[in-house]
Ligand binder design. Structure first.
Ligand SMILES: *[C@@H]1O[C@H](CO)[C@@H](O)[C@H](O)[C@H]1NC(C)=O
Ligand SMILES: *[C@@H]1O[C@H](CO)[C@@H](O)[C@H](O)[C@H]1NC(C)=O
Ligand SMILES: *[C@@H]1O[C@H](CO)[C@@H](O)[C@H](O)[C@H]1NC(C)=O
Ligand SMILES: *[C@@H]1O[C@H](CO)[C@@H](O)[C@H](O)[C@H]1NC(C)=O
Ligand SMILES: *[C@@H]1O[C@H](CO)[C@@H](O)[C@H](O)[C@H]1NC(C)=O
Ligand SMILES: *[C@@H]1O[C@H](CO)[C@@H](O)[C@H](O)[C@H]1NC(C)=O
Ligand SMILES: *[C@@H]1O[C@H](CO)[C@@H](O)[C@H](O)[C@H]1NC(C)=O
Ligand SMILES: *[C@@H]1O[C@H](CO)[C@@H](O)[C@H](O)[C@H]1NC(C)=O
Ligand SMILES: *[C@@H]1O[C@H](CO)[C@@H](O)[C@H](O)[C@H]1NC(C)=O
Ligand SMILES: *[C@@H]1O[C@H](CO)[C@@H](O)[C@H](O)[C@H]1NC(C)=O
Ligand SMILES: *[C@@H]1O[C@H](CO)[C@@H](O)[C@H](O)[C@H]1NC(C)=O
Length: 621
């Protein structure tokens, strides 16, 4: 498994750090003064101090990333829609949680046909969310609380309301080729049809006729989201300037939206071949072999260019880690994902846990349990390129919430997995309190993707259920807004699934478990130590996290549907006992395990959903 080799890679930075330390200089000096060869103290030093130094990790490897969907986080002006000032007012939440990075989904001016993923101005704030000085306040306040801020970069397409598109449509220079324009194909009977059979992700042709320009333009998503033309160097520069605009304000990184779709083949007129084994209908991209419209190799140069811009902001003279972070969004196999590491992204998002949980549910009618989760995790580590860093996600604004997929009984357990793996975790807002999806009627549906499928099928596609307002307290609308019309309904569970209640309760709660995990995660073993699966069977998932010379941790979880009793000492010579550092809420509240108590590693009895993180005494001590 890859993680067993990786720590050595990470230690590369260690020698450098060692030689920077004053201690080293002092010892070297003393060594020389005593007439001893310089190499002797250096060797001694590296042997004794080696393991005590953490590897040279970047900030984005050490943090939890917390995704904020600004519409739904906190409303400050009572219009029923969340905003930037609302976010600023809630930043203490992250200090409580021990979360060090927030990522904001789009807040830019937008006609909101795809809720902000249709940008009409990249360098401003939509009035619904505030203005640039609200943004600057938010950023400054966040930095003042040692929080990093990552923003969404909707790189591939603009809104059709963007002035660039308006000017491109009427061929105003220099905007003429800012988008992907193609002539129709004229049939023998003089009918004009689309240049090729390329399909949009939202269904049907991705070519849209413009009466004004009398040409087709390409859109990977909605027709009102025209795709930019990155084969035009002016566009490449414009978008680099967008990154510079936000980096100049002090933003710490970008999350690049839908990276595989930002470019298409140069030949707009070449049809895609059919995929004869595909089950998709002919109006969907997957009916074809999509190599002309997805992950085309030229994207590499574009990502490389963004990397250069981000790197130019890194101040290597400063002690602080000023590196600017880039994570790119794609749902694909490790083989395809890994190309984006090469292009210069710090990480391509890894959604394997999301898809494993989803697919398993659809195929087997129950969720992906212990063995399936282990296999999904191993698949990530086994395919991680040498020296690269993993990341894990449970849910986001496009996928069901964990509690709704797996049942509330397992919420603490999946948070436990997410926060104890080796790699950067991303948490979608509300998952730290176990929020569940809401029910939305067709009439109340907001998501255009849901609406497109009509009353019979909208529930399969609508992303409204996982976008409901954050549940802060048991006031009206869960403290999200004083408006009587929040843009989406608050979950009726908010009276007892909310931040304040979960903080106040004398019981253990999902929020407290999350926080315990987030704090414990700073332990070297959990931050960068090896990960080794120990006992895994259809019910039990267990693994060891270990960094030399630091306390080791054993994670044990029952993902099954029946109680199990299990002996864990097999892999752990000399360790008969473990100290409970984190315990899932039901196990704590029903008195099965208490934090900081010592438990023998034999005959551990776990109810479904029970999970423990046990600290192991060092062997021989
Ligand atoms: C930005 O909005 C805030 C209210 O959210 C207001 O106080 C401030 O004057 C505005 N600033 C500018 C430059 O418009
Ligand atoms: C092109 O469109 C832009 C934006 O709508 C408009 O300002 C401009 O006058 C138009 N130019 C011509 C030549 O029609
Ligand atoms: C569209 O047709 C015009 C006129 O025939 C031609 O000049 C132009 O190159 C064509 N555009 C594309 C993208 O094929
Ligand atoms: C022209 O031919 C195409 C393809 O055969 C057919 O689908 C279309 O209906 C015809 N249009 C007219 C106006 O006859
Ligand atoms: C595709 O187009 C057909 C015919 O216009 C329409 O009935 C269908 O709803 C469209 N499907 C989607 C997903 O847009
Ligand atoms: C064709 O579709 C099948 C079934 O969805 C899929 O597994 C396969 O990867 C596709 N092939 C290509 C070349 O896209
Ligand atoms: C795309 O796939 C088709 C069918 O497998 C293949 O013939 C073609 O060469 C591929 N094109 C590119 C640009 O990779
Ligand atoms: C709602 O109104 C109360 C009382 O006026 C106020 O304290 C609170 O801040 C308001 N909340 C929001 C989200 O606007
Ligand atoms: C929340 O409500 C749903 C029904 O909408 C119910 O099934 C679930 O058990 C409730 N969850 C909690 C934590 O009370
Ligand atoms: C939580 O505790 C605070 C301070 O003790 C108190 O003001 C508040 O009413 C409590 N809230 C709940 C929901 O119990
Ligand atoms: C604490 O948890 C126990 C066991 O689940 C439950 O019976 C009790 O009502 C809870 N108490 C509070 C204050 O929530």
């Amino acid at each position: 498994m890859a993680p067993e080799k990786d720590p050595d890679e990470l230690k590369k930075g260690f020698c450098w750090k060692l030689c920077q330390s004053r201690l080293c200089l002092v010892l070297v000096f003393l060594g020389m003064a005593a007439g001893i060869a310089v190499s002797v103290p250096m060797v001694l030093l590296s042997k004794s101090l080696r393991e005590r130094f953490a590897p040279d990790m970047k900030w984005w490897q050490k943090t939890i990333v917390y995704q904020i969907y600004p519409r739904s986080f906190q409303d400050s002006d009572d219009d029923g829609v969340g905003d930037l000032r609302g976010i600023t007012s809630r930043l203490d939440h992250f200090q409580y949680l021990n979360v060090k990075t927030i990522w904001l989904s789009p807040f830019y001016p937008s006609p909101m046909r795809d809720f902000g993923y249709d940008v009409s101005n990249y360098v401003d704030v939509d009035p619904k969310f505030g203005n640039l000085s609200d943004f600057d306040d938010m950023l400054k306040t966040a930095h003042g609380k040692d929080l990093r801020v990552v923003i969404d970069f909707v790189a591939g397409h603009t809104s059709s309301d963007h002035p660039w598109f308006q000017l491109s449509q009427n061929r105003t220079s220099p905007y003429e080729d800012y988008y992907i324009w193609a002539n129709g194909t004229t049939l023998p009977n003089r009918t004009i049809v689309e240049p090729s059979n390329w399909m949009s992700v939202f269904g049907n042709s991705s070519w849209q006729w413009s009466d004004e320009r009398r040409q087709y333009y390409y859109h990977a998503f909605l027709a009102k989201q025209p795709t930019l033309n990155y084969r035009n160097p002016t566009v490449v520069e414009e978008m680099k300037n967008v990154i510079r605009f936000w980096m100049d304000r002090g933003v710490d990184g970008i999350r690049v939206d839908a990276i595989p779709y930002i470019m298409v083949s140069e030949d707009y007129y070449q049809d895609q071949a059919r995929n004869y084994t595909a089950t998709a209908v002919w109006t969907k991209p997957a009916y074809y072999i999509t190599n002309l419209t997805k992950n085309v190799p030229d994207i590499g140069d574009i990502v490389k260019g963004w990397r250069e811009v981000l790197d130019s902001y890194e101040d290597s003279d400063d002690d602080d880690d000023k590196s600017r972070f880039m994570i790119v969004e794609l749902y694909d196999t490790p083989e395809v994902r890994n190309r984006y590491f090469e292009y210069g992204a710090d990480m391509p998002f890894n959604f394997d846990l999301v898809t494993a949980l989803d697919n398993h549910y659809q195929v087997h009618g129950n969720f992906c349990a212990a063995i399936c989760i282990r296999d999904a995790i191993n698949n990530v580590y086994d395919n991680l390129p040498k020296g690269k860093w993993a990341n894990f996600v449970l849910s986001n604004h496009d996928n069901r919430r964990a509690a709704s997929r797996m049942g509330e009984l397992y919420v603490d357990a999946v948070n436990m997995v997410l926060l104890t793996l080796r790699g950067t975790p991303t948490t979608y807002y509300g998952e730290e309190i176990g929020m569940e999806d809401i029910f939305v009627s067709y009439q109340d549906t907001q998501d255009p993707f849901g609406k497109k499928y009509g009353p019979a099928r909208y529930q399969e596609k609508s992303r409204d259920p996982e976008r409901s307002p954050m549940q802060w307290d048991d006031n009206k609308n869960a403290g999200f807004t004083n408006s009587s019309h929040p843009w989406l309904a608050v979950h009726p569970n908010y009276t007892h699934v909310n931040v304040e209640w979960e903080k106040n309760s004398t019981n253990t709660t999902t929020l407290k478990v999350y926080r315990d995990l987030a704090i414990l995660r700073e332990e070297p073993s959990l931050q960068y130590g090896l990960l080794k699966f120990t006992d895994v069977n259809p019910d039990i998932l267990s693994y060891l996290r270990s960094a030399e010379e630091h306390p080791h941790f054993l994670v044990v979880i029952n993902f099954g549907q029946v109680p199990v009793t299990h002996d864990f000492p097999g892999a752990l010579v000399n360790r008969g006992q473990g100290r409970v550092k984190v315990v899932t809420s039901q196990a704590a509240n029903e008195g099965r395990f208490a934090k900081d108590s010592s438990v023998p590693l034999t005959q551990i009895k776990l109810q479904p959903g029970d999970g423990l993180v046990l600290e192991l005494a060092e062997s021989g001590k």
